[in-house]
Design a protein around this ligand. Structure first.
Ligand SMILES: C[S@@+](CC[C@H](N)C(=O)[O-])C[C@H]1O[C@@H](n2cnc3c(N)ncnc32)[C@H](O)[C@@H]1O
Ligand SMILES: Nc1nc2[nH]cc(C(=O)O)c2c(=O)[nH]1
Ligand code: SF4
Ligand SMILES: [Mg+2]
Length: 216
C-alpha cells in the first residue's frame, strides 16, 4: 500500500486533441494545481480545488475505463510529487502513457516509456522565464516539443529556438500550435510553409469538435 495521494480536477474519456497521437481515444487524467500563469491557459479551472484520491483509488478508477491510451495533464502534473509514482504505475500496467508538461519542472524522474509532450513557453505566454532549459537534455525521440504561438514574434522566437536547440534531431516531433483565438491558424500555417520549417502544424482538435469546454 502506498501513502501517496493526488489531487485530481477531472478524469474524462475523449479523443486526443493534441500531439502525435491526435485522434486516438484517450483517457485524460487532469492533476490539480500549476505554478505558472500562461495568459492563454484554457485549464484555469484546474488551478484550485479538485478531489483527493489515494494512488490505489485513482488506479482503480482509471482501470474501470479500460483505456489503451492515457494522457496525464493538468494544471502542471509534475507540480505534485505523487505524479512520478502514478506514471511508474501506469507504465507497469502497460498503458500507453503521455505526459503534458510545461517544462518548468524537472522531468528527470519521469519513466522513459512515458511520452513527454513538453511545451516550451514562448514570450507571448508570459511565462518564458520559467523554461527549465536543462530539461531538454532529458528528451529523446519518444518525446515531443510544442510551441504555442500567440503572435508573429512568438513564431520568430520558436523558429530561432528550433535551430539553436537542434530540436528536429532530438525529439520525435516539433509541434507549432496556434494559441486558440489569438493567432489566425491560417497565418501560422502560411508562415510555416513560407519558411519550409520541418515542424508539424497542429490545432487542438477537441475545440473544433466540442468547443473550449472542460471535460473534452
Ligand atoms: C493545459 S496545459 C497542461 C499541461 C502543462 N501545464 C503545459 O502547459 O504543458 C496542456 C497544453 O494545452 C496548451 N494550451 C493551453 N491553453 C491553450 C490555448 N489557449 N491554445 C492552445 N494551446 C493551449 C498548453 O500550452 C499545453 O501545451
Ligand atoms: N481532447 C483533449 N485532448 C487534449 N490533449 C491535451 C489536453 C490537455 O489539456 O493537456 C487535452 C484536452 O484537454 N482535451
Ligand atoms: S503551464 Fe499549462 S496549466 Fe499552467 S498556466 Fe500554463 S498552460 Fe495552464
Ligand atoms: Mg486541454
Amino acid at each position: 500500500m502506498s501513502s501517496t495521494t493526488l489531487r485530481i480536477t477531472e478524469i474524462f474519456y475523449s479523443l486526443q486533441g493534441e500531439s502525435l497521437t491526435v485522434g486516438l481515444p484517450t483517457l485524460f487524467v487532469r492533476l490539480t494545481g500549476c505554478p505558472l500563469r500562461c495568459q492563454y491557459c484554457d485549464s484555469e479551472y484546474a488551478f484550485h480545488g479538485g478531489e483527493r484520491f489515494s494512488l490505489e483509488e485513482l488506479l482503480s478508477k482509471i482501470e474501470s475505463y479500460k483505456p489503451q491510451n492515457i494522457c496525464v495533464t493538468g494544471g502542471e502534473p509534475l507540480a505534485q510529487v505523487g505524479c512520478i509514482e502514478l506514471l511508474d504505475c501506469l507504465v507497469t500496467r502497460k498503458y500507453s502513457v503521455s505526459l503534458e508538461t510545461s517544462g518548468a519542472i524537472s522531468v528527470e524522474k519521469v519513466p522513459t516509456a512515458v511520452t513527454k509532450v513538453m511545451d516550451l513557453k514562448t514570450p507571448g505566454s508570459g511565462e518564458v522565464g520559467r523554461n527549465l532549459w536543462m530539461n531538454l537534455a532529458r528528451l529523446t525521440r519518444n518525446d515531443q516539443v510544442k510551441f504555442v504561438i500567440c503572435n508573429r514574434e512568438d513564431y520568430e522566437w520558436a523558429k530561432f529556438k528550433l535551430d539553436e536547440l537542434e530540436l528536429v534531431d532530438k525529439v520525435g516531433a516539433v509541434l507549432f500550435s496556434p494559441s486558440f483565438g489569438q493567432v489566425e491558424p491560417r497565418d501560422l500555417a502560411e508562415w510555416i510553409i513560407q519558411d519550409n520549417l520541418p515542424v508539424r502544424f497542429q490545432m487542438q482538435l477537441h475545440k473544433y469538435l466540442w468547443g473550449d469546454v472542460p471535460g473534452h
